[in-house]
Design a protein around this ligand. Structure first.
Ligand code: SAH
Length: 463
C-alpha cells in the first residue's frame, strides 16, 4: 500500500484550490460535500463556480495564486490543467504546510482523492493508487446500487439512538440489533413511512430484543479451499461475514482471513505437520467454549473439512455439548491441483477410481493397499506426502509399480506462488529433496501435467 486511506477531519478548516476550469469544478463538487471552508484562487473562473460563490458555498479570490494564499490550509489542490502553473502553486502551498494534490499528477501529489460513495455519515472511499480508475468506477457503481439511499438517514437517526441500545449486553446481542436495523427494520420503516417511521421501528425492535431469550452459539465448520480467496464458496463468505470468532488452520491464508468480519476474534489453531502446536483436544475445547459463550464460531479449515481434517472429532465434541453446527464444504487440494495441471481425477479407460491418501497419520507413516496402488493406471492424490515420499516410493516399487509411473507434485495450489513439478516414481524422492518445498504440497501418483503429456506424445510421433 503506497497510500494509506484515512478520513480527515476538515470541518471548519481551510481547503484551497487553484484553478477555475473543468478539473477545478470536478474537485469542488466533491469538496462542497464537506464542512470545510473552501477558497478558489484563479484569475478566471467558470460560471458554475461563480454561482457556488453566490450561494455561499465557497470564496473566490480572482487572481493568480501568490505566497500566503495557502496559509493554515489543511489541503491544497492544484487544478489549473497547466503543468507549469500547477508546479508553481504547489510549491507555494507545500511551503505553507498544506498537503498537496495535483490533479492528474500522481507522482507529485502527497495524497490522492478516492472515488467516493456518499451516504453521509456513511462514506465509502475507493482507491486504486491510480492504477485502475476504471475498476474504481465499476466498484463505485456497484456499491451505489447496493447501498440503499436511505442508509445515510438511517445511520444519522441510529446514532441518536445508540445510548438507548446500551440496555442490551455488549457484543453479539448489540451487533445483531444494529444489523437487523440497518438491513431489515430500518429500510422497511423508511420505505413505508419516511424518516418519521424510523424511531418507532427502532423502539419496537429494541423491545423485541430486550425480551428475547438468550441465544446459544452456532458453529460453522467451513472449507476455506486451497488458498485462492476466489475459490471460497458463497456460503463460506457468508459464514465469515457473520463470524464472532474464527478458529483457523495453519494452512488458511491471510487473504482469506481478511474476509472475516472486522470485529471477529481470529485464533490460529495451527498444528505443525509432525510436532503438535495445539492438540486436537485443545482445539475441540476452544470451539466448544466459544460456542457456549453464545458466539457464532467459524472453524475454518484448509481445503474441504471432510478431507483429512479431523472433522469427526470436532463434531463429536459439539454433539456432546448439544451445540448446533453446519458443515460448509470446500474445494479440496486435490481438486484444485488437478485443475492446475489440466487433468481429470478420473478418466474413462485410464482410472475409474481415485484414492485420496495421506502420507502420514497421527501414528506416523500411513500404510495403504500398496499392491492395489501399484497396478497400472492407478491414480492417487497423496496429502501430507512430503516427509513420507521415500517411504511411499519404496513401498510402491517393492509391490511392483512401474518406476516410470508419472508423479506430479503441486505446491501452493491455487496461490500466486503455485509450483508444478513433474517427475516419475523412480525420481520422486530425489526430486522432492532437491525442490526444498516450503509450502503445502500435494503429490499425484499416476498423473503427469497435461502439457508435459502432450509434449511427450508429440515427441513420440515425431520419432
Ligand atoms: N482438508 C484439506 C487437507 C488437509 S491435510 C483439503 O481438503 O485440502 C493437509 C495437506 O493438504 C497438506 O499437507 C497438503 O498435502 C494438502 N494441501 C492443503 N492445501 C494445499 C495447498 N494449497 N497446496 C498444496 N497442498 C495442499
Amino acid at each position: 500500500m503506497k497510500h494509506f486511506p484515512i478520513f480527515l477531519a476538515v470541518a471548519g478548516r481551510r481547503i484551497v484550490l487553484s484553478g477555475g476550469g473543468d478539473a477545478a469544478m470536478a474537485k469542488l463538487r466533491l469538496l462542497m460535500k464537506t464542512e470545510a471552508h473552501l477558497t478558489v484562487i484563479a484569475a478566471e473562473v467558470a460560471d458554475d463556480i461563480r454561482k457556488w460563490e453566490a450561494a455561499g458555498k465557497l470564496r473566490v479570490i480572482p487572481r493568480a495564486m501568490a505566497p500566503g494564499d495557502a496559509l493554515c490550509a489543511a489541503l491544497f489542490y492544484a487544478a489549473n490543467e497547466d503543468n507549469a502553473e500547477d508546479a508553481r502553486v504547489s510549491a507555494i502551498a507545500h511551503a505553507e504546510g498544506a498537503l498537496v494534490n495535483i490533479v492528474d499528477n500522481l507522482a507529485d501529489s502527497q495524497f490522492i482523492t478516492p472515488a467516493i460513495v456518499d451516504r453521509d455519515p456513511v462514506t465509502v472511499a475507493i482507491g486504486t493508487e491510480g492504477a485502475a480508475p476504471v475498476l474504481a468506477r465499476a466498484i463505485k457503481a456497484d456499491l451505489e446500487e447496493r447501498l440503499p439511499t436511505s442508509l445515510g438517514v438511517l445511520a444519522r437517526i441510529g446514532k441518536t439512538f445508540r445510548h438507548a441500545v446500551d440496555v442490551l449486553p455488549m457484543g453479539r446481542k448489540r451487533r445483531d440489533f444494529w444489523s437487523s436495523f440497518y438491513f431489515g427494520a430500518g429500510p422497511k420503516a423508511f420505505a413505508q413511512h419516511g424518516a418519521t417511521g424510523v424511531i418507532p421501528a427502532l423502539e419496537t425492535l429494541l423491545d423485541e430484543r430486550i425480551t428475547a431469550r438468550q441465544t446459544t452459539g452456532h458453529v460453522d465448520l467451513v472449507g476455506a479451499g486451497p488458498g485462492d480467496p476466489e475459490l471460497l464458496t458463497l456460503k463460506a463468505r457468508k459464514a465469515l461475514d457473520k463470524a464472532d470468532v474464527v478458529i483457523h488452520d495453519r494452512l488458511v491464508t491471510g487473504d482469506i482471513l481478511e474476509l472475516a468480519r472486522r470485529e471477529a476474534i481470529i485464533i490460529d489453531a495451527g498444528k505443525q505437520g509432525f510436532g503438535p502446536a495445539m492438540q486436537q483436544s485443545d482445539i475441540d475445547a476452544l470451539i466448544v467454549q466459544h460456542a457456549l459463550d453464545g458466539h457464532h464460531v467459524v472453524r475454518l479449515k484448509a481445503g474441504d473439512p471432510t478431507v483429512f481434517g479431523r472433522l469427526d472429532e470436532e463434531l463429536a465434541a459439539l454433539d456432546a455439548h448439544g451445540i448446533p453446527y453446519t458443515i460448509v464444504p470446500g474445494i479440496t487440494a486435490a481438486s484444485a491441483a488437478v485443475a492446475g495441471i489440466g487433468q481429470s481425477l478420473t478418466q474413462r479407460g485410464r482410472n475409474s477410481s481415485v484414492r485420496l491418501i495421506t502420507g502420514h497419520d497421527t501414528k506416523g507413516y500411513a500404510d495403504h493397499d500398496w499392491t492395489a496402488l501399484a497396478r497400472k493406471g492407478e491414480v492417487a492424490a497423496i496429502y501430507m506426502g512430503k516427509k513420507s515420499a521415500r517411504f511411499i516410493q519404496g513401498r510402491l516399487l517393492m509391490h511392483g509399480a512401474d518406476p516410470a509411473t508419472p508423479v506430479t507434485i503441486v505446491e501452493n495450489v491455487s496461490r500466486a506462488d503455485q509450483q508444478i513439478i513433474a517427475t516419475t516414481l523412480a525420481e520422486l524422492e530425489p526430486t522432492l529433496t532437491q525442490a526444498k518445498l516450503q509450502g503445502p504440497a500435494l503429490t499425484f501418483y499416476g498423473l503427469a501435467p497435461r502439457a508435459a503429456q502432450i509434449t511427450a506424445q508429440s515427441l513420440k510421433e515425431f520419432a
